[in-house]
Design a protein around this ligand. Structure first.
Ligand code: 4NP
Length: 148
């Protein structure tokens, strides 16, 4: 199973999702990307790294990259942080690709959240990480149930 997390910049939400999800599962290949290219090559945003580090997630070795059409072939599941990310990804879907693209929050409907709000703008890094942890646990459970 190969899972790709996607947000806008690939410096806040999707690298955090990658780090949290990686800590939960060994059997899944995981990566992250941004629909935008402004931060390509950058490490995760320092305030997000700091908040993640306090919870035991080391994000410092990650580097931002932009989502590419080939990702539809490289991954079994693409997970978007909000509906704009999802629409931007779907716009690039190559003919014949059936790779599912899902919202992260869909896996945790009990959270009531329709998206992972962007802490680059909200400045709520703790709230973003709380929701990312909830969704990552729910995604792990969903994949385990699918596999058994
Ligand atoms: P992210 O947050 O999508 O969670 O990585 C963002 C970070 C930077 C920008 C946009 C979103 N930016 O436009 O620079």
């Amino acid at each position: 199973m190969r899972v790709l997390f996607v947000c806008l910049g690939n410096i806040c939400r999707s690298p955090a999702a990658e780090g949290v999800f990686r800590a939960l599962t060994k059997s899944t290949e995981v990566d992250s990307a941004g629909t935008g290219g402004w931060h390509v090559g950058d490490p995760p945003y320092e305030p997000m790294q700091h908040a993640a580090r306090a919870r035991g997630y080391a994000l410092g070795d990650l580097r931002a990259r932009q989502f590419v059409v080939a990702d539809f072939h490289q991954f079994d599941l693409i997970v978007a942080m909000d509906s704009n990310n999802l629409a931007d990804i779907e716009r690039l879907r190559p003919a014949g690709s059936e790779t599912p693209v899902r919202l992260f929050t869909e896996f945790a409907p009990e959270s009531g959240a329709k998206a992972v709000p962007d802490p680059y703008y909200t400045r709520d890094f703790e709230g973003a990480l709380d929701l990312i942890e909830i969704c990552a646990r729910a995604l792990t459970t969903s994949l385990q149930m699918q596999a058994s």
